[in-house]
Design a protein around this ligand. Structure first.
Ligand code: SF4
Ligand code: SF4
Length: 272
């Protein structure tokens, strides 16, 4: 899952866990914040895919005797790669996508249209209406310095320590797909034991309302979860557990065990 990168490798994650740790409780857990997060971070993925393509494209030429990879071959290659990924996801992972499949299709459509636009509207020294050199410099400054540097860390005291990871990081969004669709990682819950204290939600730096899942006895399989395990560490009732397990049945929660509804001794004896 995402744990290996966002919690162990990434420099921004390291900064969030150290300099930003005092702000972890400030991440907004509301449903509207979750909706905004999904829209923003997935739009960032579309934008970054296009910009990366545009920057590489700006280094290439049309003359096949000078360039082993020409502009048009490159664009066709990108379009084919994205089509293969899209078709694979729609055929094999359609169920997990649920209603998000529509947004995935919109994102794919926007990218393909933009690639056609690159092809039709770009010349030797420009991509769309922009000069290649200006495009590369502006992208580096606006995204590398302002967006990820100033906003990404300067907003810790307002939106919590993972504001960049939640709303701006394309790598986190891409790993989020991987986490949601292929990862074995999950936080399992035992709803019957939850006393709704809310410690887990308060400490979750990614703005996940862990308590809401725990109350329903649902496993937490969220694209944004970085697997830090803090929620399980702070739970006074041992409700949450950070686990790896088989993919099957990972999203469906266990049945909530409510003490009054079941004969607990029977259950214990069954599991012996
Ligand atoms: S492991 Fe728990 S605290 Fe950490 S991001 Fe995931 S849900 Fe939040
Ligand atoms: S910390 Fe544990 S007991 Fe408290 S709300 Fe979360 S899951 Fe329930």
């Amino acid at each position: 899952g995402k744990r290996w990168f966002c919690s162990w490798v990434c420099g921004c994650g390291g900064l969030a866990e150290t300099a930003g740790d005092a702000f972890r409780q400030l991440s907004d857990k509301s449903l509207s914040a979750w909706k905004v997060e999904r829209w923003v971070v997935h739009s960032v993925v579309v934008f970054v895919t296009l910009m990366t393509t545009a920057v590489i494209y700006s280094y290439l030429g049309n003359d096949s005797s000078k360039y082993w990879l020409t502009k048009s071959t490159f664009l066709i290659g990108v379009a084919l790669l994205l089509t293969v990924i899209f078709v694979f996801a729609m055929i094999f992972k359609r169920e997990q996508f649920q209603k998000d499949a529509r947004y995935g299709a919109i994102g794919y459509f926007v990218i393909i249209m933009a690639l056609i636009g690159f092809h039709l509207l770009s010349g030797e020294g420009n991509v769309f209406l922009f000069k290649s050199e200006t495009l590369r410099k502006s992208y580096g400054f606006l995204i590398g310095s302002i967006f990820s540097g100033v906003i990404g860390t300067g907003f810790y005291p307002i939106f919590g320590n993972r504001v960049w990871c939640r709303f701006g990081c394309p790598m986190a969004a891409i790993l989020g797909f991987q986490q949601r669709l292929f990862s074995k990682f999950r936080i399992t819950t035992n709803g019957g034991q939850c006393i709704s204290c809310g410690n887990c939600s308060t400490y979750c730096e990614m703005g996940i309302d862990v308590r809401a899942y725990a109350q329903k006895g649902e496993n937490i399989v969220r694209s944004s979860c970085v697997g830090c395990g803090i929620c399980s560490a702070v739970c006074p009732r041992g409700v949450l557990k950070l686990e790896n397990g088989p993919l099957k049945g990972r999203i469906d929660g266990n049945e909530v065990l409510l003490g009054n509804d079941v004969d607990l001794m029977n259950l214990v004896n069954q599991n012996k």
